[in-house]
Ligand binder design. Structure first.
Ligand code: HEM
Length: 214
């Protein structure tokens, strides 16, 4: 029991570290003079690309950072007004960032396989978030919560991408031209499959009378 609690605390701490670490990493793009290697082969002179790229990076970082607060049961129960306001900011950020990411996808490094992967993710990001918002406007709390889990699983692709890509490059020694198109799909499909499995397990447990702390 003690080991289980310790494990869950370490896992939560690591999760927050990765979430806020990736959000800060993204926000670094707004520092004056910041020139990461990623930008070397990008169409920096193209105003359309610059607008959609930086819009998605900035608002993506906002959405990613809001997740831990929005899923906190304490915050939802004690500060429902704050949950609503941050929720609106989360939905707004994603609806705009996903359209921007969809546009940025067609400029992705390595070509069309990566482009279609990112465009698919952008579509799933928009759709799951829109469904979550529509559900709460219709007063369907359970459906809202389930769609928000799916939405955040898509948001977390920003984290999974930055775990999988270095593993592909450093452990499997894949060339970037192969690793990148693979990660453009692998960063989000397993997240959505996992959340479906987890939700169905939770629903089965609820039917059997076990109360979940969701
Ligand atoms: C979940 C939906 C998302 C989609 C569809 C998406 C799409 C993209 C695309 C198409 C690129 C450009 C890739 C290229 O040109 O090769 C990119 C890069 C980037 N994205 Fe996202 N993104 C998403 C979420 C996020 C989030 C939540 C963040 C915030 C943390 C984020 C931060 C970045 C950063 C910092 C880059 C620059 C690449 C790097 O430095 O690694 N993205 N994204």
């Amino acid at each position: 029991m003690l080991l289980k609690t310790l494990f869950s605390k370490v896992a939560t701490g690591l999760g927050y570290f990765l979430i806020f670490g990736v959000a800060l990493y993204a926000l670094a793009y707004f520092l004056p003079g910041y020139q990461p290697g990623f930008l070397t082969n990008k169409p920096l002179g193209n105003l359309f690309w610059r607008t959609v790229f930086f819009t998605h990076v900035g608002l993506g970082a906002v959405a990613l950072s809001l997740g831990p607060f929005q899923f906190s049961r304490q915050l939802r129960q004690r500060r429902v007004g704050l949950h609503r306001r941050l929720g609106k900011l989360y939905v707004f950020s994603i609806l705009v960032a996903s359209v921007a990411a969809f546009c940025a996808a067609w400029f992705a490094s390595t070509g069309w396989v990566a482009a279609v992967g990112f465009a698919g993710l952008a579509t799933a990001w928009f759709y799951t978030t829109f469904r979550a918002y529509r559900a709460i406007r219709q007063g369907q709390i359970r459906s809202h919560q389930e769609w928000m889990f799916r939405s955040y699983a898509a948001t977390l692709s920003a984290v999974t991408l930055r775990i999988i890509l270095p593993v592909e490059l450093a452990v499997f020694h894949l060339p970037f031209s192969m690793a990148y198109p693979i990660v453009a799909w692998l960063c989000w499909i397993p997240n959505l499959v996992f959340v479906e499995w987890w939700l169905s397990r939770r629903n089965r447990a609820n039917t059997a009378g076990v109360v979940w702390n969701g």
